[in-house]
Design a protein around this ligand. Structure first.
Ligand SMILES: NC(=O)c1ccc[n+]([C@@H]2O[C@H](COP(=O)([O-])OP(=O)(O)OC[C@H]3O[C@@H](n4cnc5c(N)ncnc54)[C@H](OP(=O)(O)O)[C@@H]3O)[C@@H](O)[C@H]2O)c1
Length: 374
């Protein structure tokens, strides 16, 4: 049996510790991946930093991590379409409430994954590139295509032009880079909002127009650009962006719905100090409550629904197969979809994942923090 090792979270507010981990054989409908590269998301460092207020179902010791790429090590008896040795990427379900299983998390050598959340990658694609995709694409796809959110038409090989526009606020985030590509692949035109240094990159990913979120006239400029055009809705990524999107949609034509994946509190506010202490939490709660009330009031005033969503819905709904089985493999193979934002490899081996958390916590701009797994 292969020897497994994991970067364990042994208790809240503690750095990760690399220790042996059980090797879990795949169940009939599962695959085991030998991980070669993993990517870090804000939620990974936020869990140990915040403690039990986040992912309260997680009991210690636990393994974190959602984004992985590697080789198929073993398949369950009912799995079709994959074989040992295949190069794949997958979203790891371990941290999700319904799963809550360390064997299904990414920060270890061997992870149990689900076939409908796994995609073969081309031989020419590095594992470091591939592992930037999973949580970003899943979150973007839920917001854009889920029936209770924007419910857009799904992406295809030759999308029909829909002559409808989608606003992706936060295009340079990991979620945003995936959302721009998916919306364009589904035939929509995209307006996005990011720092000016990333505007060329936003256009390379397919956005028709890019605006600066720090500009005082950003909302006015977007409304002017979208004059006479039909909207299909907005995906709000980043703290506070839901309010910007509601105000913009209120002045545009077409579908008026905002799918929001971010809390009202910027991650920068959360990331100060060595952990979220009680005093700071007490100081933060009123601003969280006020921000939520403000959004609700704005949404009611303009009659524009603004719905928060959590991408863990992908573990059991139709979006997983629509993306991982029906779209992504072929789109990566012929270059229609590219891994974005680009990886910034900051470490080699599970021991470097803690260092990678610290780097992600400092903030990134159109890049994904990646660690290779030996
Ligand atoms: N609900 C869910 O299930 C779920 C899942 C995954 C992520 N998320 C949330 O999605 C958000 C993005 O996560 P991520 O991992 O994709 O982020 P990320 O890649 O770490 O985001 C970094 C980017 O944020 C951009 N940014 C910062 N402030 C902004 C603003 N006011 N407007 C527009 N862009 C801004 C920066 O753009 P510039 O460099 O151009 O300045 C930077 O490139 C976070 O709020 C995260 O919590 C939610």
């Amino acid at each position: 049996m292969p020897k497994n090792e994991a970067a364990w979270l042994v208790a809240k507010h503690r750095p990760l510790e690399v220790r042996n981990a059980p090797y879990t054989e795949p169940g009939p409908h599962e695959i085991v991946v030998r991980n070669r590269a993993v990517a870090i998301n804000p939620v990974d460092w936020a869990k140990p930093f915040v403690g039990d207020m986040m992912f309260s179902w997680i009991k210690y010791p636990f393994v974190l991590g959602s984004d992985l790429a590697g080789e198929v090590a073993a398949i369950g008896s009912a799995v079709t379409g994959f074989k040992p040795g295949d190069r794949v990427l997958a979203i790891a379900a371990g941290m999700g409430e319904k799963c809550n299983r360390a064997a299904e998390s990414a920060f270890q050598r061997y992870t149990v994954v689900r076939p409908h959340l796994t995609t073969a990658i081309p031989d020419s694609m590095s594992f470091e590139d591939a592992c930037v995709i999973p949580l970003g694409i899943v979150t973007a796809a839920c917001g854009l295509f889920q029936s209770d959110l924007l419910a857009l038409e799904k992406p295809g090989a030759r999308p029909e032009p829909r002559d409808r526009w989608v606003i992706v606020w936060g295009g340079a985030t990991s979620v945003g880079c995936n959302a721009i590509q998916l919306a364009v692949a589904a035939g929509y035109d995209v307006v996005t909002i990011a720092s000016p240094k990333n505007h060329d990159y936003m256009r390379k990913l397919g956005a028709a127009h890019a605006f600066d979120y720090r500009s005082r006239s950003v909302e006015r400029d977007i409304v002017a650009t979208l004059k006479g055009k039909q909207l299909a809705g907005a995906l709000a990524i980043g703290a506070g962006s839901v309010d910007n999107c509601v105000r913009i949609l209120a002045q545009c034509e077409g579908r008026k719905f905002v799918a929001n994946c971010s809390s009202p509190l910027s991650i920068d506010v959360l990331a100060r100090g060595d952990r979220l202490r009680l005093g700071r939490m007490v100081a933060i709660v009123p601003s969280l409550v006020l921000a939520n009330l403000r959004t609700r009031r704005l949404s009611r005033r303009y009659g524009i629904p603004a719905k928060f969503f959590d991408a863990s819905s992908v573990f059991d709904n139709e979006i997983g197969p629509a993306i991982f089985r029906d779209y992504l493999g072929a789109a990566l193979a012929d270059g229609r979809f590219r891994p974005a934002p680009p990886p910034r490899v900051v470490g080699h081996g599970l021991k470097d994942i803690q260092k990678a958390f610290d780097i992600q916590r400092q903030g990134v701009s159109a890049s994904k923090i990646v660690v290779t797994v030996d």
